[in-house]
Design a protein around this ligand. Structure first.
Ligand code: GLU
Length: 467
């Protein structure tokens, strides 16, 4: 491995769906690595056996797949590496950086009660810290890290700056439990070291852990990765993002019909900025993303902004990409696969659809004139537009459309002529046409619909509506 190659990782705990905050963490790590020709690794932190499920791991992988956050190499299971974690604990024992603690739960509790009564810190101080090996009983023990009791531990954080934690606030943390299983705090450090992680971007809820983890690095004489602890995401009201703010899981956003590239753009802007740029492409994000641009205060989730960016992405995407995204959306929402003929029509209509829809459900609505089959069902508003007068005008129009050159200019001339002959504004004529062609009052322009549908289908629908 190239010694200056960037290696990042995403290390989710598989206890539920891929949370939007987790997705942002993954994206930041992905952007940072991929923008620098580095590696982006995925480690599933499944040491908590009671809470970790294969379904949750599958949901995380699915969410990352949808967002296009591809990782290098195999998915690493933290649980599978337990032997290696234990090995490191024993190395620290051998080097004197850790010790065996034989204290029982009752003893620890008694220590705490006494400390509390005396108004002292209740952080446990084990009497076994400096005990000679020949005083050790033949009893179960945990392995504790010998943390310095004086001075301070300074975390050099790329987002928060230097964060100083007094060592008297850190206890001798347990690295190996009495049943020989490693603790999470040890496992994270060993894994990050063994995986060659150079930069760990993660939620600032892990900042306190970083001080303890730092001691393990020091005990092992390992390089500490560059940490970047990012503020959590808040809801629009400034409170920690929760279910009452709306969707939390990434798959919910997929089901709401946001294209993945819009989601990437929006998530990148949640807590990171590049000047005033709001709308940008993946290529730009990869080029621009850096740790300096990450803000220190929590970003607020804003659905309006997401919608807005989504609309811009939809419009900027290639027609084929919108279609592919739309088909994937139909698939996750359980809708039927598109009939090849419909697919073709949709593809022909995409140039107009993509500029008027911010999300895939909106696109479905705009694409009704393509997706619906004859005879079209009209909604109430469309029904109203098809009154008797309008129907007779459509009846008059139908023969005029026979055997004409089917292009925008010709169609405009015919429809304008008809409107004029009846002393109508074009809008008055457009309403029944929208109803006839789409069964709706709000549609793409009548010319676009006619051009996409072609003469036969257009005339057939006008006949359906006027007879
Ligand atoms: N598994 C932790 C979490 O899901 C992440 C730990 C880390 O990134 O170091 O919050």
């Amino acid at each position: 491995m190239n010694s200056d190659q960037v290696v990042t990782r995403f290390a989710p705990s598989p206890t539920g769906y891929l949370h939007i905050g987790g997705a942002r963490t993954a994206l930041f790590n992905w952007l940072f690595a991929r923008g620098r020709g580095g590696k982006f690794l995925l480690r599933i932190e499944d040491t908590d056996r009671a809470r970790s499920t294969p379904e949750a791991t599958a949901a995380i992988l699915k969410g990352m797949d949808w967002l296009g956050l591809d990782h290098d190499g195999e998915v690493i299971s933290q649980f599978d590496r337990a032997d290696r974690h234990a090995e490191v604990a024993h190395e620290m024992l051998a080097s004197g950086h850790a010790y065996k603690c034989f204290a029982t739960q009752d003893e620890i509790q008694a220590f705490r009660d006494a400390a509390k009564a005396e108004g002292k810190s209740t952080l446990y101080q084990s009497p076994w810290r400096d005990a000679a090996a020949d005083t050790h009983p033949n009893a179960p023990y945990v392995v504790r890290l010998k943390a310095p009791r004086e001075g301070a531990t300074v975390i050099k954080d790329a987002v928060q700056g230097d964060v100083t934690i007094r060592n008297d606030q850190l206890d001798d943390m347990i690295c190996l439990r009495s049943d020989g299983t490693p603790t999470y705090m040890l496992a994270v450090v060993v894994d990050d070291h063994d995986m060659g992680v150079t930069h760990a971007i993660r939620g600032d809820d892990h900042l306190n852990n970083a001080a303890r983890q730092m001691l393990v690095y020091q005990a092992m004489g390992w390089d500490v990765p560059i940490w970047a602890h990012i503020p959590l995401i808040h809801g629009p009201d400034g409170k920690k993002l929760s279910k009452r703010h709306g969707a939390l899981g990434v798959e919910e956003y997929q089901a709401l019909g946001y294209p993945a590239q819009a989601m990437r753009n929006y998530l990148a802007r949640l807590g990171w900025s590049h000047g005033d740029d709001e709308f940008f492409s993946d290529a730009q994000a990869l080029e621009w993303f850096d740790l300096k641009g990450i803000g220190k205060s929590p970003a607020r989730f804003d659905f309006k902004k997401l919608d807005n960016l989504s609309g811009q992405h939809m419009a900027a995407m290639d027609d084929a990409d919108v279609l592919a995204g739309y088909e994937a959306f139909r698939n996750v929402t359980g809708e039927d696969m598109l009939h090849p003929q419909k697919r073709e029509l949709l593809s022909a209509a995409m140039y107009v659809l993509k500029t008027s829809a911010k999300t895939f459900p909106q696109l479905t609505e705009k694409a009704r004139f393509v997706l619906a089959d004859r005879p079209l069902e009209c909604d109430e508003k469309a029904q109203k537009a098809l009154d008797e007068v309008s129907r007779s005008i459509l009846k008059e129009l139908t023969p005029q459309l026979q055997n004409v050159s089917w292009d925008r200019n010709t169609l405009e001339a015919i429809l304008n002529g008809l409107a004029e002959a009846h002393g109508l504004k074009f809008g008055k004529l457009a309403a029944p046409l929208r109803a006839a062609l789409a069964g709706r009052a709000v549609t793409p322009s009548v010319f676009d619909m006619m051009l996409v549908l072609g003469p036969d289908e257009t005339i057939a629908r006008l006949k359906d509506a006027s007879t």
